[in-house]
Design a protein. Structure first.
Length: 438
C-alpha cells in the first residue's frame, strides 16, 4: 500500500509538470511554420513593384520641378534684361537664370532616366527571377513550399503520434490522481466506519489506474524516442529547403542594393559633373562682380566721364551762292534780276577761288572733297561695352573717321582694320590730314 501510494505521488508530480499550460510556439520547426519563408518570396516581388512605383513618383516630382524652373526662367529673363541693374552685377543675375535653365534640362534628363532606365532595369530583373504559374502564384514559391512539405511529412506523422500518446498519458495521470485522492481520503477519515470491501475496491482501482498510467507512459516515451531519432534528418532536410529560399532572397537583396546604388548615383546631383559645371560657372560669374569696373562704367556713361561739347567761339556763317536757273547762253548784265540763293552753314571759313565770269560761261562746279582722316593716340585704356565699340590700350594709335557727335562719341578705325565708336575724350589729336580744294 505504501509503495502504491509512493507511485501515486510520483505520477502526481509528473502530471503537474506536463499538464500545465504551455505557451504556443511559433518555431520554424513546427508544422506549417515555414509559410512565412514562402510568403517572403511572394513579398519580394511586391516590394519590387513598390520600389518602381515609389521612384516613378519621384520622377514626376523631378519633371514638375524642371518645368517650374523653366517657367521661372522664362518669366524673369526679360524682366532681368530690362531691369536697372548693369555691368557685372547684371551679368551675375543673368547667370542665375542661365544656371536654372541648364538645371532644368538636367532634371528633365533625370526624370527620363528614372522611368526608362532604372525602373526598366528592375522590371527586367523581376521578369527573369519570378515566373508566374498558370493558375496564380510563382513557380519558385510553389517549389519552395513543396520542398518544405516533403521534409515535414514523415516527421509530422510521428509528431501527431507523440501528441496523441501525450494526451492519453495526461488523461491517465488525471484518473490515477483522482484514485489516489479517494484512497487517501478514506484512510484519513476518522469516526466513519468503511466496510473492508469498499476499502479493497478503492485499493484495486488505484492499482489499476497506476498500472494503466505506466503502460501509457511507456508508449508515450517510445513515441518521443522515435520522434527524437527522426528529428536530425528532419532538421537537415528542412534546413536544406530553407537555404534554397535564402539563396533566392540573397539574389534579390544583392540586386536591389545595386539598384539603390544606381538610384543614388542618379539622384546625387552633387557628384554630377554637369551640375558641378553649372554651379562652378555661376560661382565664377558672381566672383566676377567688380564694383570698381561697374562704377567706372557708370561714370563714363552717366557721370563726369561723359564727353561734352563745351561752348566755344563760332565764326560768322559763310554764304555760298548757287544759280538755280540760268541758261548757259543767257547774257549777264548788272541790270539782270538778282538770282535766288541757298544759304549753307559751315563751321569754318572756306577758301574761295574766284573765277572769271563771262556772258557765255558760268563758274565751274567744285569737286567733292575726299574724306578726311586724323591720327589720334589713346590716352586711357578702353574696353568696348557694345558690339559697335572699339577697344584699345593707352598709347595705341587710331585713325578718326568722323568728328564727335552730340553725345561725345567719335567714329574711328584701328590699325588692324576694326571700325567702331569710341569716347572722344579718351584720345588726343596727333595730326590732321586735310583734303585740298581745287
Amino acid at each position: 500500500m505504501s509503495a502504491c501510494a509512493k507511485g501515486g505521488d510520483t505520477m502526481s508530480v509528473i502530471y503537474s509538470e506536463v499538464a500545465a499550460d504551455e505557451p504556443t510556439t511559433n518555431s520554424f520547426w513546427m508544422p506549417n511554420h515555414y509559410q512565412s519563408t514562402v510568403k517572403r518570396l511572394d513579398d519580394g516581388y511586391r516590394v519590387c513593384d513598390q520600389i518602381v512605383a515609389c521612384f516613378q513618383e519621384r520622377a514626376k516630382i523631378e519633371r514638375n520641378y524642371a518645368l517650374m524652373m523653366d517657367e521661372w526662367t522664362r518669366k524673369w529673363q526679360p524682366l532681368v534684361d530690362a531691369s536697372p541693374a548693369y555691368g557685372s552685377l547684371l551679368r551675375a543675375w543673368q547667370a542665375f537664370l542661365g544656371a536654372s535653365e541648364r538645371l532644368s534640362r538636367l532634371h528633365m534628363e533625370m526624370q527620363r532616366a528614372l522611368v526608362s532606365e532604372d525602373a526598366g532595369r528592375i522590371r527586367s530583373w523581376q521578369h527573369d527571377s519570378y515566373h508566374r504559374k498558370l493558375f496564380g502564384g510563382f513557380k519558385e514559391a510553389c517549389e519552395l513550399e513543396n520542398g518544405f512539405q516533403r521534409a515535414q511529412k514523415p516527421w509530422t506523422k510521428k509528431l501527431k503520434k507523440t501528441e496523441k500518446a501525450k494526451t492519453l498519458y495526461h488523461k491517465a495521470c488525471r484518473k490515477e490522481h483522482i484514485a489516489t485522492l479517494r484512497e487517501s481520503g478514506i484512510q484519513a477519515a476518522s469516526g466513519t466506519e468503511i466496510s473492508p470491501d469498499r476499502q479493497r475496491a478503492l485499493r484495486e482501482e488505484h492499482q489499476r489506474c497506476s498500472q494503466e498510467t505506466n503502460k501509457i507512459r511507456e508508449r508515450y516515451e517510445k513515441a518521443l524516442q522515435e520522434l527524437d531519432r527522426s528529428s536530425p534528418r528532419y532538421m537537415e532536410e528542412m534546413e536544406s529547403v530553407f537555404e534554397q529560399g535564402q539563396v533566392l532572397e540573397q539574389r534579390r537583396i544583392v540586386f536591389l542594393k545595386s539598384a539603390f546604388l544606381a538610384l543614388h548615383r542618379r539622384l546625387d546631383m552633387t557628384a554630377d559633373s554637369s551640375v558641378q559645371a553649372v554651379y562652378s560657372d555661376l560661382h565664377q560669374a558672381i566672383e566676377e562682380i567688380n564694383d570698381q569696373e561697374d562704377l567706372k562704367w557708370w561714370r563714363n556713361r552717366n557721370g563726369p566721364g561723359m564727353p561734352m561739347n563745351w561752348p566755344k567761339f563760332e565764326p560768322k556763317f559763310r554764304f555760298h551762292v548757287f544759280f538755280l536757273s540760268s541758261p548757259a547762253t543767257q547774257d549777264w548784265s548788272p541790270d539782270h534780276e538778282r538770282p535766288q540763293v541757298k544759304i549753307k552753314k559751315t563751321k569754318e571759313p572756306e577758301k574761295v577761288t574766284p573765277c572769271s565770269i563771262s556772258p557765255s560761261q558760268s563758274c565751274p562746279k567744285p569737286a567733292p572733297a575726299p574724306i578726311a582722316g586724323q591720327r589720334v593716340r589713346a590716352v586711357y585704356d578702353y574696353i568696348g561695352q557694345e558690339a559697335d565699340e572699339l577697344s584699345f590700350k593707352a598709347g595705341e594709335l587710331l585713325t578718326k573717321l568722323e568728328d564727335e557727335d552730340e553725345q561725345g562719341w567719335c567714329k574711328g578705325v584701328t590699325d588692324s582694320g576694326h571700325v567702331g565708336l569710341y569716347p572722344a575724350n579718351y584720345v588726343e589729336l596727333l595730326q590732321e590730314v586735310e583734303s585740298t580744294l581745287p
